[in-house]
Design a binder for this molecule. Structure first.
Ligand code: NAD
Ligand code: UDP
Length: 319
């Protein structure tokens, strides 16, 4: 628990989402006042139900593509659908959320002289030709594909963050988040970890897209939240971008086999067509975060999956 005089008023956009709700929990635990701003597009009230009676928590239903006038000391900008199904559902709104949302939140931070952190993504590297990906790699992104609304939106948001930093001396922090999983992922948002666990628990076929040889590196949510807070609290001179993720890399087929084994499921693995522009490989080089933030994710996939499977078991039992 922090001392009273270090208590800050912190705004979390996208605070009712998967990562945002865990971030709100942690910031409250540290003694801060938390303003959660969310339009509930992919986030749910359920994720923050337990916080409504908390005296230092406030929820505001608001779409970040519109200006916002509040008084806070720090801003975490997480508002944006993150799963391909959701961000492709209304791609124009996805770009608006990233770009107009960034402009609005940066404008707010400028007026308040507040420090602001952007939840960017490994998607800024696109389908990478350099492996593993370090921050100095500029990426390999299709500007007109079905993932572009998200990838290019997030890239443009990074540009805006760095221009506000150079032009207006704003204190910025940019985190490039790699695939993160854990309790409170939306069961129907189509992301691979939630899909496989829900399918396995229901003994339904596990849908591997393509031949399952594509790779991802999965970070447990608690480690990610710790990384985001460390980045926010790092010295002003360090802006990032900083990769945050777990460097252990798995093929999607390996993940499917692991989930089947850990749930004791009778599910079979079936192959479905690989969506276009699906990156073939992804693994973060986290040397920068290690050096600058003294951060390294300690929770490995097997441990994190135990918690996540338990969460979905409970959720499915309620339904
Ligand atoms: P999520 O979909 O659970 O959360 C996003 C939240 O933003 C939701 O609560 C949603 O309702 C809200 N939102 C969407 N559009 C909004 C708008 N216009 N105005 C206000 N709120 C809006 O996803 P998440 O996994 O928690 O992702 C959080 C952030 O982290 C996103 O910016 C995402 O791009 C980034 N990120 C996540 C991952 C990951 O693996 N989880 C990886 C890379 C980047
Ligand atoms: N994937 C899959 N089956 C599913 C959902 C996803 O094989 O039911 C694959 C998807 O094609 C991608 C990987 O898993 O190669 C990760 O997908 P996700 O949507 O979780 O994240 P992203 O592609 O944005 O990294």
């Amino acid at each position: 628990m922090r001392l009273y005089d270090s208590r800050k008023r912190i705004m979390v956009t996208g605070g009712a989402g998967f990562l945002g709700s865990h971030l709100c929990d942690k910031l409250l635990e540290q003694g801060h006042d938390v303003l959660c701003v969310d339009n509930l597009f992919t986030g749910t009230k359920r994720n923050i139900d337990h916080l409504h009676s908390h005296p230092r928590f406030e929820f505001m239903r608001h779409d970040v593509t519109f200006p916002l006038y509040v008084e806070v000391d720090e801003i975490y900008n997480l508002a944006c659908p993150a799963s391909p199904i959701h961000y492709q559902h209304d791609p124009v709104q996805t770009t608006k959320t990233s770009v107009h949302g960034a402009i609005n939140m940066l404008g707010l931070a400028k007026r308040l002289k507040a420090r602001i952190l952007q939840a960017s993504t490994s998607e800024v590297y696109g389908d990478p030709q350099i492996h593993p990906q370090s921050e100095d790699y500029w990426g390999h992104v299709n500007p007109i594909g079905i993932r572009s609304c998200y990838d290019e939106g997030k890239r443009c948001a990074e540009t805006l963050f760095f221009d506000y930093h150079r032009q207006h001396k704003l204190e910025i922090k940019v985190a490039r988040i790699f695939n993160t999983y854990g309790p409170r992922m939306h069961p129907n948002d189509g992301r691979v970890v939630s899909n496989f666990i829900v399918q396995a628990l229901q003994n339904k076929p596990i849908t591997v897209y393509g031949d399952g040889s594509q790779t991802r590196s999965f970070c447990y949510v608690d480690n990610m939240i710790d990384g985001l807070i460390r980045l926010m609290e790092s010295p002003a001179g360090f802006t990032g971008p900083a990769n945050l993720g777990n460097p252990r890399e798995f093929s999607i087929r390996e993940l499917a086999e692991k989930v089947i084994a850990m749930t004791g499921s009778t599910s079979e693995i079936i192959e479905k067509p690989l969506p276009s522009d699906d990156p073939a490989q992804r693994q973060p080089d986290i040397s920068l975060a290690k050096t600058k933030l003294d951060w390294e994710p300690g929770i490995q996939l097997e441990q994190g999956l135990v918690q996540t499977i338990a969460y979905f078991q409970e959720l499915l039992a309620e339904a």
